[in-house]
Structure formats: C-alpha cells, structure tokens
Design a protein around this ligand. Structure first.
Ligand SMILES: [Fe+2]
Length: 116
C-alpha cells in the first residue's frame, strides 16, 4: 500500500507541476479520496490515533501538497477528500486548505457549493 501511495503521490506531483506550467492558474482544486493530513482525519470529533492513521491518511500525498503549495505561494490550493466519513477543515498554510466531507452509507449529500 505504501508503494501505491508513493506512485499516486508522484503522479499528483507531476500533474500539479504540468498544470501550473501549462495554465498558470490562480487556484487549483484537488480531489482525493484519502485525506492527505492527519488533521483532516477526524472520527467522533477527534483526530484518529496513530494506530489508525496509516489506514485513514496519505502522508506521501500531504508531503507533495506541502512542497507544491510552498513553491507556488500565489496559487490557492483547495483539497477535497473523504474516506473517514467525518467532516474536517484544516488549513495547512496560507494557500493550502483541506476539507473532508462527512458521509453516511447510502445517503449521499452535497457538502457545499464552490464558486470559482
Ligand atoms: Fe474510503
């Protein structure tokens, strides 16, 4: 699983660099199933403990997001994720925000409407 996470993180890095170089965006919205930071891995109002975090979060993805956001401070990065079924909002830096949506099985719902 770590190897797959590393491959996904590398692809995300390459895609982000290509998008930035090709389009010079002001904002990038990133959709990922698994939260990239522990601070976005909530369960019953608390951050998941260290035993469960490897199953609920991808540090490799978080490291890529931190690297790219830091190198591109003029771009706002919004990361939308899920997986834990618990709502979370985490601002990692001035230009990097992570939102985890809440969910119940078989009860999909709109989390919010984003205007760009
Ligand atoms: Fe999941």
């Amino acid at each position: 699983m770590q190897h797959l996470a590393d491959l996904d993180a590398k692809k995300l890095y390459n895609d982000l660099v290509a998008a930035i170089n090709d389009h010079r965006p002001k904002q990038i919205v990133i959709l990922t199933h698994v939260p990239p930071f522990k601070e976005a891995c909530m369960r019953q109002g608390k951050i998941s403990d260290d035993d469960w975090l490897p199953y609920f979060s991808s540090k490799a993805t978080g490291d890529v997001l931190l690297q790219v956001a830091k190198a591109n401070s003029a771009i706002k990065f919004l990361v939308l994720c899920g997986h834990t079924h618990s709502e979370a909002l985490y601002q990692s830096s001035n230009n990097l925000v992570i939102k985890a949506g809440k969910a119940e099985y078989f009860q999909p719902e709109v989390q919010e409407i984003i205007y760009v």
